[in-house]
Design a protein around this ligand. Structure first.
Ligand code: HEM
Length: 492
């Protein structure tokens, strides 16, 4: 049987459910609904593996920027385009600050930050942000930490001696160690078995979560949870990551000196100790372990995948790589480490980093939000508990803001004089109350690490750049780049 394509979306059914999909005047009470069908049954969204299109553009064209999709029995409101997404994330911050459930992460449900839709989310998030700031989030501390780790990365790259290698874990170990230092005051050797094991769990989960099966599972988990399938692997991996962070939290607890916190875990443990006589303590060892696990995989896999995808893009565009070498040589020179203050003098690198994030569109559908109360939005009533998806690809691939959005063009972020051009459509980290906690850290890492790599190495593809395919291999939770090998050749 052939899966239903979007033209099969049943507009008539939407009308039958009281939604007028052609005239959506203010005052409407229900969001236009679409019912993807496969045979006689509702199907979950199966997203095409393409570098630029997710499922929402076609639907938005037909139904407008706010529409409902029924995924199994779940009612999901999808927002498409700058105006609707921005209005939801920034003008209705509180009303849509809940987190929609992701069944594959059921073990983390209502704990930690990312998957927390419960009463502890706000305080855990606020305290984590403050603590990260104390440990250098957005401050000198993080810059130092990234620069120190960059030395290890360069050394590791030199060891490849110009031979082909898969960059996944070599490049991935750098953001892994930066966040490990913040969380555990620890770093790992690039060949450390434990580090490689954890990175492979993060990497495998990001891949599996982006496959169609996991989207099916996340919408039909009640029926599928006892069935075999790759969702079991994801759930097992999540447990193994949590076991690791729980062991580290317990180990820290035993050796805790409240007058001298060593890292993020100690800071949370000190809060836990202060709060321990409360009837409903905010922090437990379990909640701390989930918070740490959240930071660990979100802080590693996202930045690592962006860097890896970014290098592949540069292999395909040697003319862009050459311009970057020229800018780096002029502004930084060959010997000192790139620093954050170089960014203002390096508009081309700044534009390339932004364009990488725009083009790869790492988290195209954002993470699901949930309405925390009945809310009227653009004339529609969205009931409490409705899952809301403020799509990010609809901003990053906006045709007016970024002409030829499916082409990689640093000029999307440069004005006519070659200066960096800001765009308010650039929201790969989302916005509002749930905005990515690690945005500052990730942006610093991307700029400093890419600059450091290109300061010291020329990238060499194993095939003709023309033949490099930039299309993702799967897209769902995230967009996953193809696996590839490259050579790095020392520049001096
Ligand atoms: C290129 C790198 C990254 C990208 C593209 C990215 C993207 C995102 C996105 C789209 C969200 C969902 C926001 C929403 O629900 O509206 C998110 C949430 C989150 N990110 Fe990131 N992220 C990146 C790096 C990081 C790093 C380095 C960390 C940790 C230091 C981190 C920690 C988190 C956390 C804890 C949340 C959950 C926030 C909440 O639910 O309140 N991320 N990120």
């Amino acid at each position: 049987m052939v899966p239903a394509k979007w033209p099969l979306v049943r507009e008539t059914r939407a009308r039958a459910h009281g939604a007028d999909v052609s005239r959506r005047a203010a005052g409407h009470t229900d969001v236009p609904a679409v019912f993807p069908r496969w045979g006689g049954h509702s199907i979950p969204l199966l997203t095409p593996a393409s570098p630029c299109t997710c499922w929402s553009p076609q639907l938005a064209e037909r139904f407008g920027p706010v529409f409902t999709v029924y995924l199994g029995s779940r009612r999901v409101v999808v927002l498409h385009g700058y105006k609707a997404v921005r209005e939801m994330l920034l003008n209705h911050k509180n009303e849509f600050s809940g987190r929609g459930e992701i069944p594959a992460f059921r073990e983390f449900k209502d704990k930690g930050i990312i998957f927390n839709n419960g009463p502890t989310w706000k305080d855990t998030r606020r305290f984590s942000l403050t603590t990260l700031r104390d440990y250098g989030m957005g401050k000198q501390g993080n810059e130092d930490r990234i620069q120190k780790e960059a030395h290890f990365l360069l050394e590791e790259l030199r060891k490849t001696q110009g031979q082909p290698f898969d960059p996944t874990f070599v490049i991935g170990c750098t953001p892994f160690n930066v966040i490990a230092k913040i969380l555990f005051n620890d770093r790992f050797d690039y060949k450390d078995k434990q580090a490689l094991r954890l990175m492979s769990l993060f990497n495998e989960n990001f891949y599996l979560l982006s496959t169609p099966w996991l989207q099916v599972y996340n919408n039909f988990s009640n029926y599928l949870q006892y069935m075999p399938g790759s969702h079991r692997k994801v759930i097992k991996n999540v447990s193994e990551i949590k076991e690791y962070t729980l062991a580290r939290v317990k180990e820290h607890h035993k050796s805790l000196d409240p007058s001298c916190p060593r890292d993020f875990i100690d800071s949370l443990l000190i809060e836990m100790e202060k709060d321990k006589h409360s009837t409903e303590p905010l922090y437990t060892l379990e909640n701390i372990a989930v918070t740490v696990a959240d930071m660990f995989f979100a802080g590693t896999e996202t930045t690592s995948t962006t860097l890896r995808y970014g290098l592949l893009i540069l292999l395909k565009h040697p003319e862009i790589e050459e311009k970057l070498h020229e800018e780096i040589d002029r502004v930084i020179g060959p010997s000192r480490m790139p620093s954050v203050r170089d960014r203002v003098q390096m508009p081309y690198m700044d534009a390339v980093v932004h364009e990488i994030q725009r083009f790869i569109d790492l988290v195209p559908s954002n993470l699901p939000h949930e309405a925390t109360r009945d809310t009227t939005f653009q004339g529609y009533v969205i009931p409490k508990g409705t899952v809301v998806i403020p799509t990010l690809d609809s901003l990053l691939y906006d045709k007016q803001e970024f002409p030829d959005p499916e082409k990689f063009k640093p000029e999307h972020f440069l004005n006519e004089e070659g200066k960096f051009k800001y765009s308010d459509y650039f929201k790969p980290f989302s916005a509002g109350k749930r905005v990515c906690v690690g945005e500052g850290l990730a942006r610093m890492e991307l700029f400093l690490l890419l600059s450091a790599i290109l300061q010291h190495f020329n990238l060499k593809p194993l095939v003709d750049p023309e033949d490099i395919d930039l299309r993702n291999i799967t897209v769902g939770f995230g967009r996953v780049p193809p696996r590839y090998k490259l050579c790095v050749i020392p520049r001096s």
